[in-house]
Design a protein around this ligand. Sequence first.
Ligand SMILES: [Zn+2]
Length: 239
Amino acid sequence: MLVDSQSAIFELQNFDIELDSVRKRVTDHPLNGEIKLADEELNVASQDLEQLERDNSVLDQTIKRNKGELESLRSSKEATSAKVYDGSVTSQRELESIQKSVEFAAAQIDDLETVQLETMEQQDVLQTKLAQASADVEKLKLAKGQLLKQLEQDTQLAEQELVMLESKRTKLAAQVESAVLQAYDQMRANSIKNPVAKVEGGMCSGCNMALAAVNLDRVKRSDGTSPEVCDECGRMLFS
Ligand SMILES: [Zn+2]
């Protein structure tokens, strides 16, 4: 094996490890965790807001219904009162009955007005909460948006860096003997991050195990056309 090719495969390995760390900056960005948290917070706040909106719409309906009822009670009270003066009443008994009806209606109106006032006060309190909840949701949306923007910027930078690194890698890989490169890429694909190792003091630098004499001998005799591997870990060995 050519010395140049041998040094190139180690250079390639160091380079690939650096490349992994740049790729990791995209996949394992710490902002991903923050964005997930921001999303959860936003979901909770949105649900609170929706609940308040539903409560508010129930109060709206109650107020509208009370208003209609009050209008009909008032007009029916007026109509009853009018009978007293329209000359249609012929007996004292009838007059008393009409007056009782008018008093009853007045009491009903009073009660309903009290209820209406309380409901409107409830709605005032609710609408203050609603405004606060709505502002909270907007704030959380903004914060999440900023995190997403930051992540996008970081990802873009890392991707630009990756494009540059990939083209450097292609040049570097071209200097490695094809059989070695093929075996190396295969092992990388199988998640072995450092497929090439050196023999140091009779040990494999990849797994730090002492090599058997026959294994050592094979590495020494190797001409490099097909890479010798460590009997312990399977990494390609170079002396
Ligand atoms: Zn090994």
